[in-house]
Write a protein that binds this ligand. Structure first.
Ligand SMILES: Nc1nc2c(ncn2[C@@H]2O[C@H](COP(=O)(O)OP(=O)(O)OP(=O)(O)O)[C@@H](O)[C@H]2O)c(=O)[nH]1
Ligand SMILES: [Mg+2]
Length: 677
């Protein structure tokens, strides 16, 4: 064992479902290791993590928390990630730069499936991962069912390293299955060794055999021993456990109750002994072993004191104060303890540090002290599934808004902003209502910027069903120079998706050539807002005839005539509302597929098909066409019917005629809005 241990610094992500106790675990790690002398509590808003205003207001993790702990001579960096599914980008970005991940979860079967995206990511990147089952001070009776449900989520086997010793519902200690030793938890101190309680001897034997069997799949010698009923030596068991964890072949499970420090020291010992050296992570991401430091940005903070701070994993080499990355000089290097920073003069591979003022560095990028470096893989950016319009309460804050947005977007890759030409609205997109509300609160708390938010308008269009011919004459003779334009146009519908076309069949110069573009311009001007109040598409207009006046005709006059022909003719063409239809692909655990189908149909959707989701056992992907308006809050219902697990991607597909009550309502609302504008 000793030979495989390392004293190099290592970085560990703490991830898992919402409110599982990640930040509490971090707080207790810091307390147990002496990094803090007083233990905070989430309810008292005094933990090292979650110290931002938004986190305290909501009593939830809203962004990455970083902290460093020294334990028995080892330095461990922790990256405590928020658990809300809407903030998952933080976890994925952090995970790209760690040596191992601790998945903190309550023994709650209903939450297992929501861990699927995290497991798939960890598996795809082969990041060593361990499960810490938390809050076992209550509800320990659900442990077995929970572990079984996790085995349906994790592809590698989930291997229990401890079994619980209980007193009624309460967890009072554990038996370590590798050593066979029993321990009783003590409040605020290390557990004490006790005699193996006789009533769990059998359970201990079965669980240990189960653990060994899983390990034997990766060790032929162990397999043989088990077949011959031979007891493997402790060295072999420990070394198999360590190796299989490091290689991602098994997912060990430890138990505890972070708030009571139960299992915290045990977890720390595990991390200290079993998390591989930083060089293994570097090999895993296929970093070359050339000279020179390489770092990767895992998170960006905008701070009032230091400006921009790039949280970065050091993949290779040593970085020193005064270093430049990709030609930009860092203003300083720091270790972080929650929001507190302490300046350092250098840092080495395995550490996660904050680097000051790299204005160009974006989250996810790889930086080197040379000119350029190969880019290590970064996490994919989450697809936006929810949108709100934003507008400063105070009109004069427009400029302030663009500055604040730039900073907020720099911090969070899963937020995007867009100005819609179609509806003239500024649209903030992200992962759900909470995600966007947090962004809005940040702008208020940090930049004193108050915003109004709303539901984005749907970009309806309109078209026509009938062809007509229309004559229009614009004539004004009020002394001096008059105006004269006279046109005859054919208006006819085109198939969906054709857009707009204009041509002319003028013979003999009844409308002189130079005025024809003006007629088209007049037509187009009208089409911006058709008889129903929306932009008109899918029609052809042709100029068939007209007349002119030698003196009074002008481009202006023909443009006006063109617009008049449309405004008189279009209402007679059978205007029809067109509704945008999106193609959505909904990913969901198969047990919820039937409910998703019902959800889609209930929202006027049309199922196109469904298939097993590739690489995600037990998941389906449902494809459907759905009206844009029905997708606005689809994510809310989808998450609520799938324990937070469901997700979807979308793209615009086509426009579709909408008639009847729904169409009347849309047109009426539009009319009222135009009148008030
Ligand atoms: N009973 C019990 N409660 C705990 C334990 N650990 C944490 N909690 C409580 O669980 C709640 C959530 O704890 P957090 O530490 O904020 O959980 P988290 O996983 O960081 O939450 P997010 O970051 O918002 O996902 C708090 O009320 C904690 O006091 C535990 O061991 N036992
Ligand atoms: Mg937290």
């Amino acid at each position: 064992m000793a030979s495989s241990e390392t004293t190099e610094p290592r970085s560990i992500a703490i991830i898992g479902p919402y409110l599982a106790g990640k930040t509490t675990l971090l707080e207790n790690i810091l307390y147990v290791t002496g990094a803090i002398s007083r233990k905070g509590k989430i309810a008292e808003s005094n933990t090292v993590g979650d110290s931002s205003q938004e986190a305290r207001d909501r009593q939830m993790g809203v962004e990455l928390n970083l902290a460093k702990a020294e334990y028995l001579g080892d330095t461990l960096f922790f990256l405590d990630c928020p658990g809300s599914v809407e903030l998952a980008q933080e976890s994925f970005d952090a995970l790209t730069g760690v040596d191992a991940a601790v998945i903190v979860a309550e023994a709650d079967v209903s939450k297992s499936v929501s861990l699927t995206p995290l497991f798939r990511f960890l598996e795809a990147h082969n990041i060593p991962r361990i499960i810490f089952v938390n809050k076992l001070d209550k509800g320990a009776e659900n442990l077995d069912a929970f572990l079984e449900s996790l085995q349906g989520v994790s592809i590698p086997p989930v291997v229990l390293r401890h079994i619980p010793i209980r007193d009624g519902e309460e967890l009072t200690g554990y038996v370590d299955l590798a050593s066979g030793r029993a321990y009783a938890y003590k409040e605020e101190e290390a557990s004490e060794t006790i005699a193996l309680p006789s009533e769990i001897e059998d359970e201990q034997g079965t669980a240990r055999y189960d653990m060994l069997e899983k390990l034997a799949d990766f060790d032929d010698d162990l397999m043989e021993k088990l077949l011959e009923d031979e007891e493997p030596g402790p060295d072999q068991v420990y070394s198999d456990l360590t190796q299989s964890f490091r290689d991602g072949e098994i997912v060990p499970v430890l138990l505890g109750a972070a708030e009571h420090e139960h299992g915290v020291r045990r977890l720390l010992k595990f991390l200290r002994h079993e998390v591989p050296a930083p060089s293994q992570a570097a090999a895993r991401v296929e970093l070359g072993d050339e000279e020179g430091p390489v770092v990767q940005v895992l998170k960006t903070f905008q701070t009032p004191t230091f400006g921009k701070l790039s949280i970065a994993r050091i993949w290779r080499g040593t970085v020193e104060d005064g270093v430049s990355f990709n030609g930009e000089r860092a203003s300083g290097l720091f270790h972080m303890q929650g929001q507190a920073t302490s300046k350092i003069s250098k840092a080495t591979a395995g550490e996660v540090i904050a680097i000051g003022r790299l204005d160009e560095a974006k989250t996810g990028v790889t930086l080197s002290t040379g000119k350029e470096t190969d880019q290590l893989e970064s996490a994919p950016v989450a697809f936006p599934v929810y949108a709100l319009t934003i507008r400063p309460k105070n009109r004069e804050d427009e400029v302030k808004l663009s500055g604040a947005l730039a900073k907020i977007l720099d911090e969070d890759r899963s937020l995007t902003v867009e100005h819609s030409q179609e509806t003239n609205q500024t649209i903030l997109r992200g992962q759900g209502e909470i995600h966007l509300r947090i962004a809005v609160e940040r702008m208020k708390n940090r930049y004193k910027l108050e915003l109004e938010t709303g539901q984005p308008e749907i970009p309806y269009k309109e078209s026509i069903r009938k062809s007509i011919s229309q004559h229009a004459r614009f004539k004004r003779q009020s002394g001096g120079h008059g105006q004269f334009g006279d046109v005859e146009v054919d208006i006819k519908p085109l198939p969906r998706g054709s857009g707009f076309s204009f041509d002319n069949s003028i013979v003999g110069g009844s409308v002189p050539k130079q005025y024809i573009p003006a007629v088209e311009a007049g037509v187009l001007e009208f089409l911006v807002k058709g008889p129903l109040g929306f932009p008109v598409v899918d029609l052809a207009v042709s100029l068939t005839d007209g007349s002119y006046h030698d003196v009074d005709s002008s481009e202006m006059a023909f443009k006006t005539a063109g617009r008049m022909a449309m405004s008189e003719g279009m209402p007679k063409c059978g205007p029809v509302l067109l509704e945008p239809i999106l193609e959505v692909r909904i990913a969901v655990p198969s047990e919820h597929t039937a409910r998703v189908n019902a959800l889609v149909s209930g929202r006027r959707g049309q199922i196109l098909g469904f298939e097993a989701r590739e690489g995600w056992m037990g998941w389906d992907e449902v494809s459907a066409h759905m009206p844009h308006i029905e997708v606005h809050d689809l994510i809310v219902e989808l998450r609520s019917l799938s324990a937070g697990a469901g997700n979807y991607v979308w793209k615009f597909d086509h426009l579709q005629e909408l008639t009847g009550r729904l169409a009347d309502d849309v047109v009426e609302t539009r009319k009222a809005a135009l009148e008030n504008a």
